[in-house]
Design a binder for this molecule. Structure first.
Ligand SMILES: Cc1ncc(COP(=O)(O)O)c(C=O)c1O
Length: 439
């Protein structure tokens, strides 16, 4: 049997997640600022599973079925696009001011499945190109590589994407006869950079994409995790012309083990005989062949949590914010204390989300990452891992979501020793290194 694999298996993008997991496992004593995981401190999985009857009661009331029939329905194959669409629509209305019809929603097996549905359903790899803000989340770029979809990076500045750069990229794609089908971005508390796109840029980007007829895939898993600054509208909420396909995730607001997310795709598709259907209904054809439906039992838990919160996620998220805000503040304070006077080192202070960026006076590659983990006991994530181009070799992503304040203090102290040693600022001593790896 010929088991030669597709060429995408040799793509470094597909190695990143495994590499990071392996580094974490290989150096268990190290403080890890690598994972973008939510803190387990806020999980109450057991309690949430016990809430399912709340959803059953709601569904029995809204359908007129008996509770027994609703329970059976949860055990059965079910509607492809989901059974909690009304509750998600209500949550988006209450929390984001988004007016969305339940038929516009596809409930997905995590946001990741939303990406799969969009790329598989909307792209013809022979002619369609996906523009991505660069650096960006590997979930989308790795998937595009597997599906053979051409990616065009648009470099991100310190305030997110610049509409003028997007315009230039679109025009360049068109000039070589390809179709720029969509732009993927994370405007709020970007992964990996922590940046947030200002309001004026949101409006300008929307106008541009409308004019050029390019979809925006707005991925927003971190938007509710705002620690300071004025609230900004999602680009979806500014969109009156069907430019944005919105991608939601319950991984950070609830917990990732649910594997629950959704797409909002209310754009009208006009059929051959003039009939109009929401894009979401067309995309259900793809969903029916990826996961058939999102586990109804999981949807019942998500639905119950939404019902318990009066239709909103704000209450649940509000309880988590002090922890993440304190971690962000602690990390920034430790960086200031330990690296504030080191030439060539700086960092951003994100207004929300899980990540910040540190600029280094030297390049950090796999070898540097391993040395930092092995000899100094701290794991960081090179931003170059998320980039399709060169130019990010001196940046690292630090995640502050999955550590305690004590770990942040210890981890940043260790990282500062690594940076100073590599930059040739402090003398390297064996005793110093030994001390650094003591947990
Ligand atoms: C930008 C971004 N999109 C999507 C996801 C994944 O969401 P889900 O767990 O719902 O698939 C993540 C997870 O880290 C993310 O950072």
């Amino acid at each position: 049997m010929d088991i030669r694999l597709k060429s995408c298996f040799r793509d470094p993008l597909l190695e990143v997640m495994n590499f990071l997991n392996e580094v974490v496992l290989r150096y268990p004593q190290a403080v890890s600022f690598a994972p973008g995981r939510p803190a387990e401190l806020h999980f109450d999985v057991e309690r949430s599973l016990g809430l399912a009857p709340l959803f059953v009661e709601h569904r029995a009331a809204s359908t007129g079925w008996t509770p027994r029939a609703v329970w059976n329905d949860l055990g059965q194959y079910n509607k492809t696009n989901g059974i909690i669409n009304d509750l998600i629509a209500r949550q988006l209305e209450i929390d984001e001011g988004l007016h969305v019809r339940p038929e516009s929603i596809v409930v997905t097996h995590g946001c990741q499945e939303g990406m799969t549905i969009l790329l598989a359903g909307l792209f013809d790899p022979a002619e369609d190109v996906l523009l991505v803000s660069d650096p960006t989340y590997i979930g989308i770029t790795g998937l595009a590589r597997i599906l053979g979809i051409e990616l065009v990076p648009v470099s991100t500045g310190e305030q997110g994407l610049e509409p003028a750069d997007v315009a230039a990229a679109i025009d360049a794609v068109r000039a070589r006869g390809k179709r720029p089908r969509a732009l993927y971005d994370i405007p709020d508390f970007n992964n990996p950079l922590g940046t947030r796109m200002p309001l004026a840029a949101r409006r300008a980007l929307l106008d541009l994409l409308r004019e050029r007829e390019v979809f925006l895939f707005e991925d927003n898993p971190y938007g509710m995790f705002a620690y300071d600054g004025d609230p900004l509208p999602t680009i979806k909420s500014l969109d009156e012309h069907g430019v944005v396909i919105y991608m939601g995730s319950f991984a950070k607001t609830l917990y990732p083990g649910l594997r629950a997310g959704y797409l909002v795709a209310g754009q009208e598709v006009v059929g051959e005989s003039g009939e109009r259907t929401p894009l979401a209904a067309e995309l259900s054809k793809v969903k029916s062949l990826t996961t058939v439906t999102t586990a109804p039992v999981v949807q019942a838990v998500v639905g119950a949590l939404l019902l318990e919160g009066g239709g909103s996620l704000r209450g649940i998220v509000r309880d988590k914010l002090p922890f993440y805000r304190a971690n962000r503040d602690r990390m920034v304070a430790c960086l200031e204390e330990r690296l504030g006077r080191v030439p060539g080192v700086r960092w951003n202070r994100p207004e929300g989300g899980f990540f910040l960026t540190v600029w280094l006076p030297f390049e950090l590659d796999n070898e540097g990452l391993q040395a930092c983990a092995r000899d100094y006991g701290v794991i960081v994530c090179p931003v170059s891992y998320f980039s399709l181009t060169r130019g990010r070799e001196r940046q690292v992503r630090l995640s502050f979501s999955y550590v305690t304040e004590a770990q942040i203090e210890e981890g940043i102290a260790r990282f500062a020793r690594f940076v100073q040693d590599r930059a040739g600022i402090a003398p390297k001593t064996a005793a110093g290194l030994q001390a650094a790896v003591t947990p």
